[in-house]
Design a binder for this molecule. Sequence first.
Ligand SMILES: [Zn+2]
Length: 198
Amino acid sequence: MIQPDDPFELYVEHPRFGNRPRITGLDPRPGCEGVYLGWRALDDWKIPGTAIVADLSRQTPATVPVTHYFDLKRICRDCGRPFLFFAEEQKHWYEELGFGLDSDCVRCPPCRVRQRGIARKRERYEEIFHVQERTTEQNIEMAECCLCLVEAAVFPPRQLERVRMLLNRVPDARRSDDQVVEMIARLRAVEERDKPDK
Ligand SMILES: [Zn+2]
């Protein structure tokens, strides 16, 4: 049978760990005494020989702890590309950041960065939304957040109405600002994209 030269060639690059598994030589088998891997035990996911030992005292208490982390093969929920959820990253998530052992990594590194940006826009949008008397700056920022959220399909296209309304409130003197001009162009591009077929 012909094997591809490098099965990880198409994997998304991790900024710190790259896109090749990190072989440690440790390969505890699930089901053996004292070995618990939880959902990570799937043979389709875990890469043999990449295990590192977990520090159970640092994990968030769970009914069943996890004794070893393996490099795992995953598919990104957003872009559909394969990526590795590294054992070292898991140790960091579950032992330093306090994530529950059931939390899984569903996005590749660039999509995670993008997702965090979207989450921030959403928070900021909510904050400004509740301001009683918004300044021009706040109206511009709110329009920008709203537009990003429509572009990312977090908000439905009808929210473009709000972007338009907010931009209409921008005084004439500010309408030629780069930021405003750029936003109007993006607004048109999204309208064009979401137009039903003629
Ligand atoms: Zn992705």
